[in-house]
Write a protein that binds this ligand. Structure first.
Ligand code: ZN
Length: 463
């Protein structure tokens, strides 16, 4: 919904004018209100913008979209044919070239100067590329770094600018250091005309270079100067992706966005499950979102379980709307684990569900980890068997939640037996739909799917 309607309207606007931070914030809060309703946001936005296969909701990440667009726009202004519309922005980007004696100095050194906000945003977006990458780690990459305006080369966190040195030809790290890591004192002495200030300025520059770079330079041999400098401005539009240099021009906007998105780190909830179960292969867990047997709402429910954001009693207790106690057993506090797995009132229901699972695959065991994170690839390598098993498990959890909500909000008690009837009719109904969606064919995996579903059907009718 948001992607189709929200972004449809926004896209043109975002790509042609400067966007104030306020506007971005407003759009974002609109998007997230759509997801969470009036209440507080229950899962961090950084998690929501992950792709579904990475455990997110695939939410739009406005800031990254804007950045990717700006960088693409900038590259199309600088490179390629000389169209009329590029004349003005190029003039802005060259406005400091005479002073610093280099083409597109403003871009290379991210220097602030007078120009429309939109172009400033373009330059800022480009500068995040240098910041985004971890500090360059190979001597070739280090030697090709631009000295001026570089966010990695700073004194008191301020990047350096020196029009005279730049104009006279000291522009890249390779103008300071040889490819064996020695300081090029002779070369600098020859190049700079004002000899009096050399020592002072040189010391300042050397001090600003990150220590780790100097170490790398003395340890490994770098490339040759000329080739480094020749790459010039184009170098800025190249990214290192998985160890290879890639031209942004060749990347689709989608791919570029993926690269620009902040790197994944373990989320609070992932850490929670890891503390409980030990190391977890998350790709494997999130594979459930590719399960074709599952309806969207079941996937979303599963996502809420993993992100611990269901409105269980112990959560709504904070809003003074509950005493926190499980309404089924009236003994223990209700959190996700208790509600779905540990509550004594569920014993019979789960043994019935586990019986069904055993009819799909007789050798299975369900422990707490499998219960919450699903059947994994390592123990269940056959994809479609795994899909059917996870389908039964996820649907069964959903029914527990549904029953709990009926009891809590509708004040209607449902017995174990009624719950078993609910899950069985729900499964039969879903199987019918799946059989229609994936008709029998001759492929092996299709046969496995239908055999498993048939086993399940038989098990339900024999129950
Ligand atoms: Zn309970």
């Amino acid at each position: 919904m948001i992607k189709c309607y929200g972004m449809g309207i926004l896209n043109n606007y975002l790509n042609s004018t400067a966007v104030e931070d306020d506007v971005i914030k407003k759009c974002e809060s609109l998007f997230y209100k759509f997801i969470w309703g009036k209440g507080p946001e229950r899962v961090k936005r950084a998690i929501c913008i992950r792709r579904t296969v990475e455990g997110g909701l695939g939410m739009i990440d406005l800031r990254t979209i804007i950045r990717a667009n700006r960088i693409k726009t900038l590259q199309s202004i600088i490179e390629g044919s000389n169209e009329q519309w590029k004349v003005l922005p190029r003039m802005y980007f060259k406005s400091m070239d005479t002073k610093y004696g280099d083409t597109y100095y403003v871009l290379k050194a991210c220097k602030n100067c007078k120009m429309p906000e939109f172009y400033k945003e373009c330059i800022e977006a480009l500068s995040t590329l240098t910041k985004h990458e971890d500090l360059p780690d190979s001597s070739v990459k280090i030697l090709s770094q631009y000295l001026w305006g570089n966010p990695n080369i700073t004194i008191k966190e301020e990047p350096l600018h020196d029009p005279i040195w730049c104009r006279e030809g000291i522009k890249y790290v390779c103008d300071l250091f040889s490819n064996t890591g020695e300081i090029k004192r002779d070369y600098i002495n020859k190049t700079i005309s004002n000899k009096g200030s050399i020592i002072l300025k040189l010391n300042k520059l050397i001090a600003a270079i990150p220590k780790i770079w100097k170490e790398v330079l003395t340890m490994e041999q770098g490339g040759n100067d000329q080739s480094l400098k020749e790459q010039g401005i184009h170098n800025m539009f190249c990214l290192t992706v998985e160890g290879e240099s890639v031209d942004i021009n060749g990347l689709s906007l989608k791919k570029l966005k993926q690269i620009l998105v902040p790197k994944l780190c373990v989320s609070v909830c992932e850490q929670y499950w890891q503390d409980k179960f030990g190391d977890i292969e998350w790709n494997d867990v999130y594979d459930i979102y590719n399960n074709p047997l599952l309806e969207r709402k079941i996937k979303e429910f599963n996502w809420k379980i993993l992100n611990k954001c269901l409105s269980t009693e112990n959560r709504i207790k904070y809003f003074a709307e509950s005493d926190g106690v499980c309404k089924l057993c009236s003994i223990e506090d209700e959190n996700v684990e208790h509600m779905l797995f540990n509550c004594d009132a569920l014993g019979e229901y789960w043994s019935c569900v586990f019986r069904l699972l055993k009819c799909v695959l007789s050798s299975i065991k369900v422990d707490e980890q499998i219960f919450f994170l699903g059947f994994n690839k390592e123990e269940h390598p056959i994809l479609n068997t795994r899909h059917v098993l996870n389908f039964v498990l996820a649907e069964s959890k959903w029914i527990v939640w549904k029953r709990r909500c009926i009891i809590r909000y509708d004040n209607k008690w449902l017995t174990d037996k009624q719950m078993v009837c609910m899950i069985e009719s729900r499964l039969l109904q879903r199987i019918k739909i799946c059989e229609y969606q994936f008709p029998e064919s001759n492929s092996k995996s299709n046969k496995i799917l239908h055999d498993s579903l048939n086993n399940l059907k038989n098990a339900i009718s024999n129950n």
